[in-house]
Design a protein around this ligand. Sequence first.
Ligand code: NAP
Length: 319
Amino acid sequence: MQFFILEAEQPAKKLEYDLIIVGGGPAGQSAAIYGTRYMLDTLVVEKEAHGGSVNLTDFVENYPGFPDGIEASKLASLFYEHAKNLGAESVIAQVTKIQKVEEKKFLINTLDGLVFTAKSVVIATGTQPKRLGVPGETELTGRGVSYCAVCDGPFFKGKPVAVVGGGYSALTEALYLAKLVDKLYLIHRRDQFRAAEILGYRVRNHPKIELVLNSVVDEILGDDKVRGVKVRNKLTGEVKTLDVDAVFIYIGLKPNTDFLKGFVELDESGFIPTDRYMATNVPGVFAAGDVRVKKLRQIVTAVADGALAATSAYEYIHE
Ligand code: NAP
């Protein structure tokens, strides 16, 4: 049998589980914590790194219990350790397909050709950044165009950069980047932000941040690396070029659900509708965290979803 590696010393032990959780971010780890405490034989299958998109941010200020905030990667590893200490197993593998063969029997295929079975499944695959879709974006990705300030910000210490977007992510990451860079243009298509007021207050009053409001990006300029960004004011039509070395794009999220098309119901944007107990339209399949249709995508709501999804999975398995 082929084995696969999470950490060098941790191959997955078997292929049959009570509960398989797809996605190892806060929702997935919380589901694993609850699943193991329900004495379910539980496996978390994560595509990249445990912690999910929490790893893409620097610092978390709004997770209860940490009054001084906590480093995001630290919080992610605490979630993972917690689930592991309770007995949850984990593997790094990409799930490509899920099928229901009978009540309480699901097949979960991975890219490596493995087939796991589970009595119930929790989908907690989260989201990925949306693309702007302007000229220069694809060509210059990795050469100044970035979707991860924590990963790439340190390369632009003391340089001018732009952030695009007006939501939680754009504002949070702009405030992080402003600690490193010399000058930051925050480009947003409206003049109101879609985030907690305190973040709007901080960016508006930050000495290094210049707001470029009611404006859209027409093109990202550069050859071997980003050299500027062409922006157009939607109210006046004025077009100008901002000289920047990097453009960080935070214009929203796309759910990681392509592999679920035709298996569970998805909404028009690809998010998974659930009932209040996290049940999808397929009995035995539950969804938790950012991948779900919901109002507030936060760590605290993701972990709550995970707890509820595992509880519903336990009830499904034992009904
Ligand atoms: P978001 O809330 O969907 O905001 C996306 C922003 O990008 C909006 O300001 C939107 O403008 C703008 N936008 C969308 N498409 C655009 C386009 N084509 N061109 C230019 N601008 C565009 O996305 P997000 O900030 O990534 O947040 C996603 C979710 O994660 C939210 O639920 C958020 O609460 C959560 N989150 C939470 C935290 C935290 O709690 N610390 C941190 C990050 C994210 P409009 O405003 O005009 O629509």
